[in-house]
Design a protein around this ligand. Structure first.
Ligand code: FMN
Ligand code: SF4
Ligand code: SF4
Length: 308
């Protein structure tokens, strides 16, 4: 999926490394086009991820001055105040809306920055997700200067076969190039939304019965079951951003308010977590972004102490 040069690295990665080298050389007194006098901007990127797409994007938009922070970890620490030159948010759209934790976070957060950007990843249909975020963030008193979407693998198991999704070229390097150029130049822009997209979202709300004020807020014991294939590895207890899974003497239990993020179902190595009410296109296919390790998903979402 990644466009690579002869050295096996992408063009954008090569450019990013070159910029970092030039900045380093300049600081050592070597002649370069940059200067140590240049203001170094501090960027904070806050992300929410279940299967790694948003973490990958957050990492790709980071430079050496960037602080990458997981929203579930910030909420666990009750940390809601952030100050930097630039603050970005990366999250997956669920029914074109943000995950509940992201809503909860933005309602409590105080983000102080000269430039605020939001990248919304999706897999197939973004509809008016940009307007939805604009509305939610404005109501929270935290308007964003730049909001855009980025298409990636769609991890929605009821409609998509992950083995097929990973074969589709979603032009990820091109999207990252576009977004990198935009945010580096502090572009103030909201990706336009069409009337058809607004109608499609309204149609989705009507047919699904999903409450737009809440989005996909589920109850995990009603949504998921654990089958006999479970080997008690404990991964689900660490990848759930709500901390809904526990290992008990009688097996794995899940309960609590659920984001419906699918971190548990996608990351279970035994495919022992199944939907109680929904059918899957391919129950044997699961997904995690190829650049993101299981450890990173645990690190991003873990609500309990590490088991290792
Ligand atoms: C509950 C749920 C709802 C989703 N709704 C949409 C949607 O409305 N439109 C869409 O294109 N993708 C949708 N997706 C796909 C994700 O937004 C997409 O795969 C995202 O990149 C996943 O990010 P992550 O890997 O960081 O978790 C949905 C996924 C889930 C789990
Ligand atoms: S991740 Fe899967 S196999 Fe591991 S404990 Fe949880 S349900 Fe069982
Ligand atoms: S139970 Fe599963 S879907 Fe629900 S919040 Fe936890 S990891 Fe996400």
């Amino acid at each position: 999926m990644d466009k690579r040069n002869n050295n096996g690295i992408s063009r954008r990665t090569a450019l990013k490394r070159m910029a970092m080298l030039m900045a380093g050389a300049s600081c050592l007194g070597l002649p370069t086009l940059t200067s140590c006098d240049m203001e170094t901007k501090k960027r904070i990127i806050l992300y929410f991820t279940a299967t790694g797409n948003c973490l990958y994007v957050a990492r790709e938009l980071a430079d050496k001055h960037t602080e990458l922070l997981s929203i579930p970890q910030m909420m666990k620490q009750k940390r809601y105040t952030f100050e930097a030159d630039e603050i970005g948010l990366v999250y997956p759209v669920y029914g074109h809306m943000p995950p509940n934790m992201v809503r909860e976070f933005i309602n409590k957060a105080r983000l102080t920055a000269r430039y605020k950007f939001a990248i919304l990843t999706y897999g197939n249909r973004k509809c008016c997700s940009v307007e939805i975020w604009d509305d939610i963030s404005r109501k929270a008193g935290c308007a964003f200067d730049y909001i855009t979407t980025m298409i990636m693998v769609d991890n929605w198991l009821p409609n998509f076969d992950m083995n097929e999704q990973i074969k589709i070229d979603k032009h990820i390097p091109e999207s990252l190039d576009r977004i990198t150029a935009d945010i580096n130049s502090h572009r103030r822009w909201h990706e336009p939304v069409t009337e058809l997209e607004r109608q499609q979202h309204a149609g989705f709300l009507k047919s699904s019965g999903v409450n737009p004020e809440v989005g996909f807020k589920m109850i995990s014991q009603e949504a998921f079951a654990v089958t006999d294939s479970c080997i008690g590895c404990g991964i689900c207890t660490e990848v759930c951003p709500r901390g809904n899974y526990t290992l008990t003497s009688t097996g794995v239990k899940t309960e609590g308010d659920c984001e419906f993020c699918f971190a548990c179902i996608h990351n279970c190595p035994q495919k022992a977590i199944v939907f109680k009410q929904l059918k899957e296109v391919n129950p044997n296919a699961r997904y995690r972004n190829e650049h993101v390790s299981l450890w990173s998903i645990k690190e991003a979402n873990r609500q309990n102490k590490p088991t290792e």
